[in-house]
Design a protein around this ligand. Sequence first.
Ligand SMILES: O=C(O)c1cc(=O)[nH]c(=O)n1[C@@H]1O[C@H](COP(=O)(O)O)[C@@H](O)[C@H]1O
Length: 239
Amino acid sequence: MNAEKQVIVALDVPDLSSAIALVEQLPQVHFWKVGLELFTSSGPTILEVLKSQQKQIFLDLKFHDIPNTVAGACRAAASYGVDLLTIHATAGVDALKAATEAVQIGAAQAGVKPPKLIAITLLTSISSRQLAFDLKIPLELPEYALEMALMAQEAGLDGAVCSPQELAQLRQTCKDEFLLVCPGVRPTWAEKGDQKRSLTPAQAIQAGADYLVIGRPITTAADPELAWKRIAEELTTVA
Ligand SMILES: O=C(O)c1cc(=O)[nH]c(=O)n1[C@@H]1O[C@H](COP(=O)(O)O)[C@@H](O)[C@H]1O
């Protein structure tokens, strides 16, 4: 498979100038994720920069609020003309439905294509132990992630974010067109950091990911271009 089509690089940097420098350093990357750190520090300017370079954009703001507030945020986010947008499944089914309608309205009002709305099932930084003992969820982790994905699918969302470890099960159960976007991906040579449920890029694609989200293994590498190249080469081994 082709890394340029399926790898989204997380632009988790503190300011606009660092973001632009990284985008210039990695011209091979076609899909960038703008998340909470960069959007909170620098606002939507980076989206214009990326669009002017014909990049695809995942706006990862992980909305989690009551339906009315989530809908307003989704209308605003959809007006930027981004490709993917996130909401937490745990906002609940009413918020998910309201968000689904709101992205259509926001995009139509702005005259842009609506983003694919995808739901976070369970953050990849949470372990089975933390799910049970800290969050007090009385389900096995894979079952919980699947329930969240199915709720999102029923609410009309376009896909879900899950860890590579739950991918195979979600791929088997969700509709074929339901997008599965997968962070928590770690090449064997990279540090895991705070990611608890990871697999390698090749394993994640083999398990059925539509997109991989990879940040620090590339962006904080001593040589980000080399790190990208190594991941791209690893992925050429996957049919
Ligand atoms: O929504 C996300 O993208 C996301 C969900 C999740 O469960 N786990 C997760 O790590 N992410 C994001 O994916 C990226 C992973 O970055 P690295 O851990 O540096 O590869 C970060 O920008 C996270 O915000």
